[in-house]
Design a protein around this ligand. Structure first.
Ligand code: 3MF
Ligand code: MG
Length: 345
């Protein structure tokens, strides 16, 4: 099979090289300093860095410290030939966001969430990044009576508007996930957020980032979610990974659970021209059993599997696919796809 070099750009976040902690036990690998993680990107074929605000500078630094700290990180990225892909305010790890940020019942906690988000936009600006990711981790409840869901919907729109109005170039993408850490998240799916996007102050700057595992956890096929967002011209980010069934968010190596589901995502991205629209993020975690020496294997492997699937999508005979569709021969199409993935006939 002819393997064309992929024209995609790839990213991951510093959190994707991890110490392997889980809620039930201690860390199993040594924590890697930020600069050492950054030094891994190019070696692995990645050129974009996903960043939380506090991956760049601590959240409690004042304006002068922040400007200095951001410049230092920017210099580090440039020295490695890297760019920041997006900034995401890490709103879920502060004492003031225990009950959520934008939808918290406490007015002062909501104020904190908005101020911190504006500061994250400023950090993005300083780094020449025009994309903000909102993963509304704690915007939801453990019991439905805890908050007013109708009010919460409006508060989410207000929070997005606050970003759009703070800066007239920034684009905002919602990264929706139905649960974890919350029992029930508000706005649990791509479709839900898309509905809100059209009600914001600037729908042309509001879109989505789709993570494979998040769609799967919501009961949807990530490829369909991606196609839906592409039609709306609102797919500005993806976090590819894999997931075994409905349990915690596993962030497994892309394609390692369901190869055909992964192929379908790549096929949709190919047909939608995504390579020219956005960066391919791989939000994958190493297995807890992974040794320190292999701590980036899941990233290299995910990219490699993606590249293989791009080659398979490109070598698919579209005319054959069309003929199967015309004849309503979906049994034949099914076999064609499976044998194509098996590289056999
Ligand atoms: C959680 C996630 C997050 C987001 C990140 C950037 C920690 O399930 O996927 O990873 O991707 O916050 O928005
Ligand atoms: Mg993610």
């Amino acid at each position: 099979m002819a393997k064309r070099p992929s024209n995609y750009r790839f990213s991951f976040g510093p959190w994707n090289i991890s110490a392997g902690a889980d809620p039930f036990g201690p860390v199993v690998r040594k924590e890697v300093p930020f600069a050492k993680k950054i030094a891994e990107y190019r070696k692995l074929g990645f050129t974009y860095v996903q960043l939380h605000d506090d991956d760049v500078v601590p959240a409690d630094w004042d304006a002068t410290q922040t400007a200095r700290g951001v410049a230092k990180v920017q210099k580090l990225l440039e020295s490695e030939g890297l760019k920041g892909e997006f900034i995401a305010p890490r709103l879920w790890e502060d004492r003031r966001t225990i009950d959520g940020g934008y939808t918290a019942n406490s007015a002062s906690d909501r104020r904190y969430a908005k101020n911190r988000t504006r500061r994250a936009v400023d950090i993005a600006n300083m780094m020449g990044i025009d994309l903000m990711v909102i993963w509304p981790a704690r915007e939801g409840t453990y019991i439905r009576e805890a908050k007013d869901a109708q009010l919460a919907t409006g508060r989410l729109v207000e929070a997005i508007n606050d970003i759009l109005e703070h800066d007239d170039k920034i684009r905002v993408v919602g990264e929706m996930k139905p649960n974890e850490p919350m029992d029930h998240a508000y706005c649990p799916s791509v479709g839900h957020f898309m509905g809100l996007a059209y009600r914001t102050a600037d729908p042309t700057r509001t879109g989505v980032l789709i993570e494979s595992a998040h769609s799967i956890l919501a009961g949807f096929d990530p490829a369909d979610d991606m196609a839906y967002a592409l039609w709306h011209e609102k797919l500005w980010g993806v976090h590819l990974n894999d997931q075994n069934g409905l349990k915690y968010d596993q962030d497994k190596t892309f394609g390692s659970v369901d190869l055909r589901r992964a192929f379908n995502q790549v096929w949709v991205l190919e047909r939608g021209g995504y390579a020219d629209i956005g960066v391919v993020g791989l939000d994958v975690k190493a297995m807890r059993t992974t040794k320190q020496t292999d701590q980036t294997a899941h990233l290299a492997n995910s990219k490699r599997i993606f590249d293989h699937l791009v080659a398979l999508a490109r070598s698919l005979d579209e005319k054959k696919v069309e003929a199967f569709r015309e004849n309503r021969d979906y049994e034949g199409l099914d076999l064609y796809i499976v044998e194509h993935l098996l590289a056999t006939k």
